[in-house]
Design a protein. Structure first.
Length: 373
């Protein structure tokens, strides 16, 4: 996945508000926690969190045994690398990854159903499926670039990637396509996802961090914590399987008894994930002795068990420690100091209190207290 950064630098329109201030060539649409004009009225914060929890519960209940099977580590790294080289805002990479996975699942199911209806013997269908797989593999780069283009329009249409820019990008990657083919691919993706952009955990992380600042820590360096959260979300997307396997192993020991559906339900709990990201981000900025106290405060704010938040934050930080400083791709945030966490505990007994959360339910880890509200 080595791509020349200079060749992929697109000719973008000048930024209207940041090019002369921060030295960026492009408009970076990112969360600004110091901005007050866009704050949600306090009267509606409870309604907003209740809405997020209801959607979160529905997503957990809808999880199946397959999950986001196309978001392998290699695929996510490729998508993220292209987004970084194209100077895309943070949220674009997550939306692009979610859109690509949803498209591939729908597209694969359509191809399987189509072949199942053909009047052919089993051997002939197998040969046809081999051809379908070959064509899908050949088009992967095009589909990924289309997903990035769609995500860029969703975040900021004024500074989104044009068809000409996508064509230039594809030529640089060694897979040239015409403008007509790029437009057709974009429409194909949008139809497959029913013209609905898949959600991502970003809005949950932003909301929980903002709620944490408003209700618990008004003096928190939210922008710095958010920068660390963005790094950790990258790690979570790329190493999700490893992180949750380590988490389950630390909780139940033998994870062979955990079904794929239950594991995917745990991965679908974005309220828990957001709390763990905020807790881990605070640890990266302030030090790991604050981890237990932050997890307890997050329980009070979001009704997510503090022990669950702590365990997931630790699992995430342990994997993140192994990825930083490896010389891989990254953006400006990736060069910030990143201290490894202590083993299995933030601080020896500091701020820890017994939570007493029941583990009854389909999930061995995510407690029903926040899944059912």
């Amino acid at each position: 996945y080595s791509v020349d950064a200079h060749e992929l630098r697109m000719e973008r329109r000048p930024s209207t508000n940041m090019s002369n201030v921060s030295g960026y060539d492009d408009l970076l649409v990112d969360a600004n926690f110091a901005e007050k004009t866009g704050n949600l009225s306090r009267d509606y914060i409870g309604d907003w969190m209740a809405s997020l929890k209801a959607i979160n519960k529905a997503r957990i209940e809808a999880a199946d045994e397959y999950g986001e099977i196309y978001l392998t580590r290699e695929t996510v790294e490729y998508i993220f690398t292209l987004c970084i080289r194209l100077r895309m805002p943070i949220e674009v990479r997550f939306i692009a990854a979610a859109t690509f996975d949803k498209f591939m699942r729908v597209h694969t199911r359509q191809m399987i159903n189509f072949l199942a209806q053909l009047d052919m013997d089993t051997q002939r269908k197998k040969e046809e499926w081999d051809c379908v797989e070959t064509n899908m593999s050949r088009q992967l780069t095009l589909r990924i670039c289309s997903a990035i283009q769609i995500a860029s329009k969703h975040v900021s249409y004024h500074d989104s990637l044009s068809t000409s820019q996508i064509c230039k990008c594809l030529r640089t990657l060694g897979t040239p396509y015409t403008k007509a083919a790029v437009l057709k691919s974009e429409i194909r993706l949008m139809k497959a996802v029913d013209f609905r952009i898949p959600p991502t955990p970003v809005v949950y992380a932003e909301s929980v961090l903002k709620l944490f600042v408003l209700s618990k820590r008004p003096d928190l360096h939210a922008q710095s914590v958010w920068d660390f959260i963005c790094i950790l979300m990258d790690v979570m997307f790329m190493e999700r399987e490893t992180i949750y396997n380590n988490l389950l192993a630390s909780i139940v020991g033998d994870i062979s008894a955990i079904t794929a559906t239950d594991k995917n339900r745990l991965k679908s709990d974005w309220i828990l994930l957001a709390c763990a990201l905020v807790c881990a981000g605070c640890c990266c900025h302030y030090g790991f002795d604050v981890g237990d106290k932050v997890s307890v405060e997050l329980e009070e704010a979001c009704e997510t068990p503090a022990k669950d938040t702590s365990e997931l934050a630790i699992a995430l930080l342990e994997v993140a420690r192994g990825r930083t400083g490896s010389g891989g791709e990254g953006d400006e945030r990736d060069h910030r100091p990143f201290t490894p966490p202590p083993n299995k505990r933030f601080a020896a007994g500091a701020g820890r209190r017994p939570i007493g959360v029941s583990r009854v339910g389909s999930l061995p880890f995510a407690a029903p207290t926040h899944r059912g509200k």
